[in-house]
Design a protein. Structure first.
Length: 254
């Protein structure tokens, strides 16, 4: 089996593949001070719940936006899985041309998503990832990664609103009941969700204009299903897109 690990600032999403089949996947909160031993214990427990063990994992790959956790995952693999874990970064073979001013600046998660959408659509595609940050990654019609856009994530904006607004309460993210909120909580949910959906659509239309035509678009990330129903430009959500991209990168680098 192949273990794929996507370490985000808020959540860590990982799973196990047998060939192209995703057998199981899990999410847990990212804890920046986690040690290799703690990660190994968590992985062992989750594998055992599905009848697997460390001995079933023959290879592994990690993509991390949290620098201090990448070496902990790779150490975990060496200690408990008995092999060297591949870490996505500079020098990783992607199978696609990278048209970016400095490729070393590209976040590992953005690169993984770009590989996944290129594999699915061939070219002319955009991935919108709703995580701690909301990222747009664009693959040209020629199948090249050409860059994208990055904006503050919806949870960060919501937290900033309550922290800077002395009389504004903390609000759990939930679908708004209407655009016109009849109380403060509904008003905040309306502004945040409809505001983000509108911002996403505005950026997408500008991307289309620069590319010269519309493209395929797919959303991923933990908050995608909250916003996408209110977007006019995004119709598809793929929660497993990043894990698929990691599988593809593992195949290209072994």
């Amino acid at each position: 089996m192949l273990l794929v690990v996507d370490v985000g600032n808020t959540q860590t999403h990982f799973g196990v593949f047998r060939g192209q089949e995703l057998l199981e996947h899990w999410r847990f909160a990212t804890v920046r001070v986690s040690t290799a031993d703690e990660l190994g214990a968590a992985l062992r427990n989750l594998l055992e719940l599905r009848g697997y063990g460390f001995e079933d994992v023959q290879s592994s790959i990690v993509s991390s936006t949290v620098p201090q956790l990448e070496p902990e995952w790779t150490e975990m693999a060496g200690r408990y899985l008995g092999h060297e874990m591949l870490a996505v970064g500079p020098g990783t073979k992607t199978g696609m041309a990278i048209r970016y001013d400095n490729p070393r600046e590209i976040g590992a998660d953005r690169l993984v998503n770009a590989v996944a959408v290129r594999e699915r659509f061939g070219g002319g595609a955009v991935c919108v990832d709703f995580g701690t940050a909301t990222t747009f990654d664009v693959v040209s019609h020629e199948g090249e990664y050409v860059g994208g856009a990055l904006m503050t994530g919806i949870e960060i904006s919501l937290e900033a609103l309550s922290e800077r607004g002395a009389r504004l309460p903390k609000v759990d993210l939930a679908p708004p009941r209407s655009v016109i909120g009849k109380n403060t909580i509904d008003a905040i949910r309306s502004g945040v969700v409809f505001g983000y959906a509108g911002a996403i659509d505005a950026i997408m239309r500008r991307l289309y204009a620069e590319l010269g035509e519309r493209t395929d678009v797919v959303a991923t990330g933990g908050l995608a299903r909250l916003v996408v129903p209110y977007s006019e430009e995004i119709e598809e959500v793929d929660d497993l897109l990043t894990l698929t991209g990691l599988r593809l990168l593992d195949e290209r680098n072994r």
